[in-house]
Design a protein. Structure first.
Length: 62
């Protein structure tokens, strides 16, 4: 498993104070690797209008 694919797990027991939960979540978020998603911006070339496609996908559920 690659380092960026590793999953962090923390166990929070019932009754744990909210401050403790927030502290643990912040620790995990600060330790997680940051990804540069901007390198993918504009890479998808298509003739379909993204907004129109999204509307079509939503309309399928009706």
């Amino acid at each position: 498993m690659a380092k960026e694919d590793q999953i962090m797990v923390t166990i929070i027991k019932k009754g744990t104070p909210k401050e403790e939960i927030k502290k643990r979540v912040n620790e995990i978020v600060s330790k997680s690797p940051k990804r540069d998603i901007m390198k993918y911006a504009g890479k998808l070339k298509t003739d379909i209008d993204p907004l129109e496609y999204q509307k079509q996908m939503r309309d399928e559920w009706e």
